[in-house]
Design a protein around this ligand. Structure first.
Ligand SMILES: [Zn+2]
Length: 230
């Protein structure tokens, strides 16, 4: 999970600020159908460099949803309209996503009935925030593409937060594991060819490469092993 700088209310798009001024005290439920929502999501996607706030898969405005870091709790949360409580997470429409992946023959084994992950899987469970400075060091990535609890963690509360974040966000669904493994493998091949790590991880047209945390882990382990894939 890549740490994202916490948004400030000032950074929010003007159309969102205007809507809030015109609808003083209104919650997110009323905002749902507003035209300002598209601009709001677009701003979040861009500030996240087109990566899901949790799994780092590539997102665009039409393949993502607005995630509330502090859950909405059916409207009970006081922060449903705070820009600093919002992020963009992958998968726009859960039922469409499940239909699409069922049709494409995704692997359902050991997954129960759902292939959803990230914001749509989380519900109201507590998970680490991508705006929390500790979110990067909670995790480790295996070359098989799994996200794991960082074995260097000492604090029991941190270990539990990492475990629960992986579980509730379903960060090890087969599709994510496979794509992460591919990103790590491609990183190693490029490093072997002499491409620098900086060039591999470079931001291009405002976009960072997907699964960049796993790719960085691959690069670090490659360097530690004396630049050998063995
Ligand atoms: Zn995601």
């Amino acid at each position: 999970m890549r740490r994202i700088p916490t948004p400030t209310e000032n950074e929010a798009p003007d159309s969102f600020k205007r809507w809030k001024r015109r609808h003083s005290g209104a919650g997110y439920d009323r905002f749902r159908d507003s035209a300002a929502k598209a601009a709001l999501k677009d701003s979040l996607v861009r500030r996240q460099k087109f990566l899901c706030c949790y799994c780092e898969s590539r997102i665009k405005k039409n393949t993502s949803h607005i995630e509330h870091i502090e859950p909405q709790l059916g409207g009970l949360s006081k922060r449903t309209m705070d820009y600093s409580n919002m992020a963009a997470s992958c998968i726009r429409d859960p039922s469409e996503y499940e239909k699409l992946h069922a049709l494409s023959g995704s692997d359902f084994s050991n997954m129960g009935s759902s292939i959803l992950h990230c914001g749509h899987a989380r519900g109201s469970h507590k998970v680490v925030s991508p705006y929390d400075s500790k979110c990067e060091r909670l995790f480790f990535y295996s070359f098989s593409g799994e996200i794991l609890v960082n074995p260097d963690l000492k604090d029991a509360a941190d270990i539990r937060l990492a475990e629960e974040s992986i579980t509730f966000l379903r960060l090890n669904v087969p599709q994510l594991v496979n794509l992460r493994a591919l990103a790590m493998y491609e990183t190693l091949k490029l490093l072997e060819k002499g491409v620098s790590e900086d060039d591999i991880m470079r931001e291009l047209y405002g976009k960072l490469p997907p699964y960049i945390s796993a790719a960085k882990t691959a690069a670090r382990r490659w360097a530690e092993r004396g630049k050998s894939l063995e």
